[in-house]
Design a protein around this ligand. Sequence first.
Ligand code: IPM
Ligand code: MN
Length: 367
Amino acid sequence: MTHKLLLLAGDGIGPEAMAEVKKLIAVMNEMGHAFETEDALVGGCAYDAHGAAIAEVDVAKAMAADAVLFGAVGGPKWDGVPYDVRPEAGLLRLRKDMDLFANLRPAICYPALASSSSLKQEVIEGLDILILRELTGGVYFGEPKTITDLGNGQKRAVDTQVYDTYEIERISGVAFELARTRKNHVTSMEKRNVMKSGVLWNEVVTATHKAKYSDVKLDHMLADAGGMQLVRWPKQFDVIVCDNLFGDMLSDVAAMLTGSLGMLPSASLGAPDEKTGKRKALYEPVHGSAPDIAGKGIANPIAMIASFAMCLRYSFDMVAEADRLEAAIASVLADGLRTKDILSDGMREVGTAEMGDAIIAKFREAA
Ligand code: IPM
Ligand code: MN
């Protein structure tokens, strides 16, 4: 059975990171797997080519693929383009059209990197938490979303934070299911002290827990306090579930716990199809396009490669291969290889391609 992958490398360091995954896919195909890949444009490069952040045909390809691998979008070059076609619009369009409501952002501290975080070693050593971010609702997509000229030299900007019961139910269901495969603990974060959407969030998570998942430990935390706890003692968490905007911010914080933004993968999943059981899925590193280092061959490809590991795990049920790929990453780090973003004393600095090659070699050896 062939696995159809749409590769959307995007802008900045996206193509460099994606190049390492392409090498890996080629090696896996040599080993007998059957991945079929197709490239398409997204973000600023798509805007340059056809004036939209993603072409309609490419949205259709994403909908039809078994999985989408996504690099990064954006950069100063497109700062002035109209809001509707800004690079990020391509990513948001895919999330919405593919109904990828569940965004899994695991933050794992590899033992070899425990000393390279800005936090004390004992705080992050052995860290393994999962931020589950709601990805298709909230203030990202709520209407109205406008800037109105009030006519008196003033303008008014409005974003709308909106959540319906079913949206909170389905994301909390995913949180509890995932927790059962981990340490069986969910912490839900919102701002019920200020926001109506927080009140409903809290209510629905509590009701979902009571109805179907009372075997899982559930805690509630205000999202600001949660941010504080995440840097104070992150190991108190297992699965954190939160809305789209809080999840965006808290996952960047969590990324730095692991040493670098260049380390954090993510999976964005839809609901299982009623007939086939298959989920639409997009995998992307949490880091952005990093235009300042783009094209220099120094970007860290680990988050992109680890995103592909998540793809193997969640889209193709290739658990052994996913484990092996994650072990290859850990092993290369243990050998002392470092890209610039995670470099520390006594370690060997390597570029993007050398890091990718080393991981692929370990992966192949362990087969
Ligand atoms: C992320 C990114 C995106 C977001 C941007 C690029 C639209 O920051 O995936 O975390 O805000 O969701
Ligand atoms: Mn973000």
